[in-house]
Design a protein around this ligand. Structure first.
Ligand code: PSU
Ligand code: MN
Length: 299
């Protein structure tokens, strides 16, 4: 597509069938506080490289899809507080307007798959929110993953969500879920959400075998590799539960809705846990980026 720019490094790696890992930009622009976000963005790219793959951070800059960002691109995503959050449905208007925007899981998965990238790493997926019965707030991530063929490495879904309902929706949508080294679905900031997962794998090669079997079946949809943050790096569960309760109350009281909900809750947790939730989030994404690179190499 005319409106897509793939960096030379990513293009060459894809052409030569060398491992490439897509990284999203909303986590950088809206999920992590400035200026730490820029440091983390660079660090994630470095982790992917040292695990033997080429990182492709995805965003929209100046109305063009960018697959792989240079230093200036990363700074634009990380530095501008006003940058827009783009789900897949927002891509066309953003391109037409010549806008800058950070891509969520739904937009990143869509763009990565179009570019021929098979593996994608993030922190926690979006999902069904806790007051779903009232607000009908369900992240567009889920439906996009139901139709996009990509392997997503994450620490489960964000714990601010209704995790059992989100797992149920993933089942309904036919999205595969593998627990990486665990039979419990991870809890994003927490090692475990307490919910079971049906399938457990223990190595990048085992994930690659599932990916190949899925390709042979030629069915639609993503494969989620849910890797728990190690217990030594998780947020204290009691602190998590207490502050999350306050965050959900604050969100309701202030009438926050739509795209603003997730960034509000993550930011609230970061501030009220004295940065501990941020460290758990960063630890999760680091591990996911590394694992994604190993899976891409195994493929
Ligand atoms: N993972 C993180 N932090 C984040 C996100 C993921 O560790 O901020 C972002 C992803 O871009 C995901 C989005 O798609 O949060 C979900 O937003 P919403 O609930 O509005 O769909
Ligand atoms: Mn939402």
């Amino acid at each position: 597509m005319l409106l897509t720019e793939v960096t030379e490094e990513v293009r060459e790696a894809l052409d030569a069938r060398r491992p490439v890992v897509a990284l999203e930009s909303t986590i950088i622009a809206h999920g992590l506080p400035r200026p730490r976000n820029q440091e983390v963005a660079r660090e994630l790219e470095g982790l992917v490289r040292s695990a033997g793959a080429v990182p492709a951070t995805i965003a929209v800059l100046g109305g063009r899809v960018r697959i792989g960002l240079d230093q200036e691109g990363l700074e634009r995503i990380a530095g501008d507080g006003g940058i827009r959050k783009l789900g897949r449905r927002d891509l066309a208007p953003a391109l037409a307007a010549g806008a800058d925007g950070a891509t969520t899981v739904s937009a990143t998965a869509f763009l990565a798959a179009r570019a021929g990238i098979e593996v994608f790493a993030t922190g926690g997926l979006g999902g069904v929110h806790r007051d779903w019965a009232h607000a009908q707030d369900e992240s567009a991530d889920l439906r996009e993953l139901a139709r996009t063929r990509i392997t997503v490495v994450c620490a489960g879904v964000k714990s601010v969500l209704d995790v059992p309902a989100t797992l149920q929706r993933l089942e309904t949508l036919g999205v595969g879920v593998l627990g990486y080294g665990t039979d419990r679905f991870p809890g994003f900031y927490l090692t475990s959400s307490g919910e079971p997962v049906d399938w457990t794998v223990h190595s990048p090669d085992e994930v690659a075998a599932v990916v190949r079997a899925r390709a042979a079946l030629d069915g639609p949809g993503a494969l989620i590799v849910a890797r728990p943050v190690p217990e030594s790096e998780q947020l204290d569960p009691a602190l998590h539960d207490r502050v999350l309760g306050e965050a959900l109350d604050a969100c309701r009281e202030r009438g926050i809705s739509g795209q603003a909900v997730t960034p509000f809750l993550l930011d609230y947790l970061t501030r009220r846990t004295g940065g501990a939730s941020l460290e758990a989030n960063v630890a999760a994404v680091r591990g996911n980026a590394r694992l994604a690179a190993l899976i891409a190499a195994a493929l």
